[in-house]
Design a protein around this ligand. Structure first.
Ligand code: S3P
Ligand code: PEP
Length: 431
């Protein structure tokens, strides 16, 4: 589908909803299950395109994986069970698959060729290949080795101690995964906490991993033991509907069974600071991950500053936060978020272009956004998703704030992380 018309006028976002499984946890579940000894079953796996890409990549390396809707069975072959692939491996649109896989392949004694789509082919990979080369793996790729297509020759890797130069869970995870293949202790220092699903899931697979302050330590050559995993709902997907509810005065929405890992709940704190009525309740733990419900009501919002340690906790939510900020009274300043320029598209530029065309007072800075908000009716018209799922979903939610039609160009990208987005959107709109 190259375009779709969205007209969603409503006074309130109401009801109860569960969102599909978490993307970050789904990727990691396949990877760790593949490297473990024995058979793991994964429930509520996200069947979005990026996670299906992770499945096909591991199948291409000889791992037997059976998919039955969102239930996945992975027959792990241990730390050194991956086979060489006779064909280049297609990593589609998925940054997480690529960067975490590069860590695994660094320790795997074979040669691989990796490639991706137009967007993934311009996303920087040197952020992981620099530390992984220090560990002993060999990479080559486009633009002096920075970009896909890329070849990898892994083998005997040495542990390193590495301080993250960018606050990125993908870099941290890539190094820790390579660390599994070493014969010493790998240490990653993260100056600011980033999502810790890799650490929590390694523990669930029986790996002893330590954290002291901001340093994570992992001893190599530990065996992963197969385990069953239930994936919590994705708070980054829920964020679109949570924000939709916060934006509409008479709303009252409950999101059930969503992941509430504190490294991911920045959106809840942002909404609280903006004056929204929002509550969370942890109901249980699955593996090491907290899961629970979020209740949100609509009401007036105020502008805030989001910076520093806030950023990794809301990194994927910034497009939808910018839309919220457009309706909040006063100035919202988002800074220290330069990495948004290297996502599926340059998300700073995309958000500025779209919201400016909708009539919002917004400017982009090198590392963020300045939005002067006030409750207002936005302009409809034709808007491009930039083939970026998070941008596409932000545009769809903006349809609640205009009296005109919105035509969304290239809406299909939404299935990268949320294939059932429009069906769920319709479920929670009051007539
Ligand atoms: O580790 C992960 O699963 C992810 C980490 C984040 O990327 P960075 O590590 O590049 O910040 C995030 O944007 C991405 O959607 C998923
Ligand atoms: C940036 C994202 O994903 P990835 O880096 O895995 O492509 C995202 O899902 O918003």
């Amino acid at each position: 589908m190259s375009s779709m018309t969205i007209s969603r006028r409503t006074n309130a976002v109401k009801g109860m909803i569960t969102v599909p499984g978490d993307k970050s946890i789904s990727h990691r579940s396949i990877m760790l299950a593949a490297l473990s000894n024995g058979t793991s079953t994964i429930n509520n796996f996200l069947t979005g395109e990026d996670c299906l890409t992770t499945i096909s990549a591991f199948q291409a390396m000889g791992i037997h994986i059976i998919q039955n809707d969102s239930e996945i069975t992975v027959h792990g072959k241990g730390l050194y069970g991956l086979e060489e692939s006779s064909q280049p491996i297609n990593l589609g649109n998925s940054g997480t698959t690529t960067r975490l896989l590069l860590g695994i392949l660094a320790g795997t004694p074979h040669h691989y060729c990796l490639y991706g789509d137009e967007s993934l082919s311009v996303r920087p990979m040197d952020r992981v290949t620099i530390p992984l080369s220090k560990m002993g793996a060999t990479f080559d790729g486009n633009q002096q080795g920075r970009l896909l297509p890329m070849s990898v020759r892994g083998g005997e890797v040495q542990p390193i101690e590495y301080t993250l130069p960018i606050n990125s869970a993908q870099i941290k995870s890539s190094i820790l995964l390579a660390g599994l293949f070493t014969t010493g202790v790998t240490k990653v220092v993260e100056p600011v906490p980033t999502r810790d699903h890799t650490e929590r899931m390694l523990t669930a697979f029986g790996v002893d991993i330590g954290r002291e302050g901001n340093t994570i330590s992992l001893r190599g050559q530990q065996q992963l033991e197969a385990t069953d995993i239930e994936v919590p709902g994705d708070i980054s997907s829920a964020a679109f509907f949570i924000c939709a509810a916060a934006l509409k005065a008479d709303s009252d929405l409950v999101v059930k069974d969503v992941g509430l890992n504190p490294t991911r709940t920045g959106i809840i704190d942002v909404l609280k600071r903006m004056g929204a009525t929002i509550e969370t309740r942890i109901t249980r733990y699955i593996g090491d991950e907290p899961i629970g419900d979020v209740t949100v009501q609509g009401g007036p919002l105020n502008g805030i500053t989001i910076s520093g340690a806030d950023i990794p906790r809301v990194i994927d939510e910034i497009p939808i936060i910018a839309l919220l900020a457009s309706q909040a009274e006063g100035k919202t300043l988002i800074k220290d978020a330069e990495d948004l320029r290297y996502k599926e598209t340059d998300r700073i530029q995309a958000v500025v272009d779209i919201l400016h065309s909708m009539g919002v007072d917004i400017i982009g800075t090198e590392d963020g956004l300045i939005i002067n908000g006030k409750p207002s009716t936005l302009k409809g018209g034709e808007y491009h998703s930039y083939k970026d799922h998070r941008i596409g979903m932000m545009i769809a939610i903006a349809s609640l704030l205009t009296d005109e039609e919105i035509t969304l160009q290239e809406p299909d990208c939404i299935s990268i992380s949320y294939p059932s987005f429009f069906a769920h959107f319709d479920q929670i709109l009051e007539d």
